[in-house]
Design a protein around this ligand. Structure first.
Ligand SMILES: NC(=O)c1ccc[n+]([C@@H]2O[C@H](COP(=O)([O-])OP(=O)(O)OC[C@H]3O[C@@H](n4cnc5c(N)ncnc54)[C@H](OP(=O)(O)O)[C@@H]3O)[C@@H](O)[C@H]2O)c1
Length: 337
């Protein structure tokens, strides 16, 4: 049976400006039948990350270049609907690098069969990139100790929501920073933060002084820019500043602006260090096992924001830059647009 496969390709590069729908083009063709050792997967859910804008811009050089006309890359979960690989019979739920398309034909070894007990969406969120980033970044870079005061920016997003919860498990006092009252409420009521600051309406510096009078021991930064700069003025002695992301650069063509308060790192004998998740692959099995256990115990809540309809893929990515998403941004391909 011939299946029509729709896919979103890169039509333009959003350099120095926001991502728009016009940066993408919808194309369609026949889904390819699987050859020996391959499977045909119907994609059920796709995961979205701010880094996708950087991939379209070819910034950073830590992933392969994209070309105009390439299908947008992305991870998803789906269901095997045709199989020429005995290990993955029809009906198997799989995780894989499917890209923004409805059907993917790919070698069996490039997908991972999913454990039936865990909701498939968790493999794209709390057990996927965001959970692993939180776990590995905390373990290797932020290194929180029980009793530390920790500040998390972008705290109600995908990575931030997991960092806040793992920092609580580690015994820290956690202050989350996010945009809007809904997000600050979520941080305290659902994610267990001790305090939350709405950076859109509060005086961030004054709030940090009030909430962390002895200074901040650990900073987890997802946003960069003026928010990071303000935080750097409130460090405690020997603070660790983990640079995970710099989403505030999303409207500019270059890298996040340098923080003029960086010299406080000297006065406070602090360290500031960036990292890329890919460098910690050796930790993934243990990280997934521990995150799964905390999820099963209820100590970790998987916060997901699930949009509907394949035609909404570009708009779903744009939610990350307007701050519309709460928790990990996902898209369910079926359902109403
Ligand atoms: N280093 C690594 O290996 C690695 C791995 C994964 C992710 N990351 C990075 O981690 C960060 C978080 O990723 P995520 O997937 O969890 O995304 P996310 O936090 O779920 O989504 C983005 C959030 O960023 C905030 N934001 C957007 N524009 C902003 C601005 N101009 N200033 C301040 N905040 C802004 C918004 O929340 P508000 O409403 O609160 O503003 C938005 O909801 C990203 O920067 C990403 O690139 C790094």
């Amino acid at each position: 049976m011939e299946r029509i496969n729709r896919r979103w390709v890169i039509a333009d590069r959003p350099v120095g400006r926001d991502v728009t729908e016009a940066d993408f083009r919808l194309e369609q063709g026949a889904a390819r039948a699987p050859g020996e050792g391959e499977v045909l997967v119907q994609v059920d859910l796709l995961a979205f990350e701010p880094a996708m804008k950087g991939w379209m811009e070819n910034i950073g050089g830590y992933v392969a270049r994209t070309e105009l006309g390439d299908m947008m890359r992305g991870s998803g979960v789906g269901t095997v609907i045709e199989s020429a690989a005995p290990r993955l019979p029809v009906g198997t739920k799989v995780l894989g690098p499917f890209g923004w398309q409805e059907f993917a034909t790919l070698p069996a070894e490039s997908v991972q069969a999913l454990d039936g007990d865990i909701p498939p969406s968790a493999h794209l969120g709390v057990l996927g990139v965001v959970g692993l980033t939180a776990y590995c970044g905390l373990k290797h870079v932020a290194q929180p100790f029980a009793g530390d005061t920790m500040v998390v920016t972008g705290a109600a997003g995908g990575v931030g929501a997991v960092v806040v919860q793992l920092a609580k498990i580690a015994g820290c006092r956690v202050i989350g920073i996010a945009g809007g009252a809904e997000k600050t409420r979520l941080l305290i009521d659902e994610l267990g933060a001790d305090a939350a600051i709405d950076y859109r309406s509060a005086d961030l510096g004054a709030e940090l002084k009030r909430l962390a009078p002895d200074g901040i021991d650990v900073v987890w930064d997802n946003v960069g820019g003026t928010i990071l700069n303000t935080i750097l003025a409130h460090l405690a002695l020997n603070a660790r500043v983990a640079i995970c992301g710099g989403i505030s650069r999303s409207k500019t063509g270059g890298m996040p602006v340098g923080p003029e308060n960086y010299f406080n790192l000297v006065f406070k004998r602090a360290t500031m260090r960036g990292f890329i998740l890919n460098d910690y692959e050796a930790d993934f099995p243990v990280a997934r096992a521990r995150l799964s256990r905390w999820l099963a115990d209820g100590r970790l809540v998987a916060r997901e924001d699930v949009q509907q309809g394949f035609e909404n893929a570009p708009r779903t990515l744009m939610r990350l830059f307007s701050g519309a998403n709460v928790g990990k941004q996902l898209l369910r391909l079926g359902g109403d647009a």
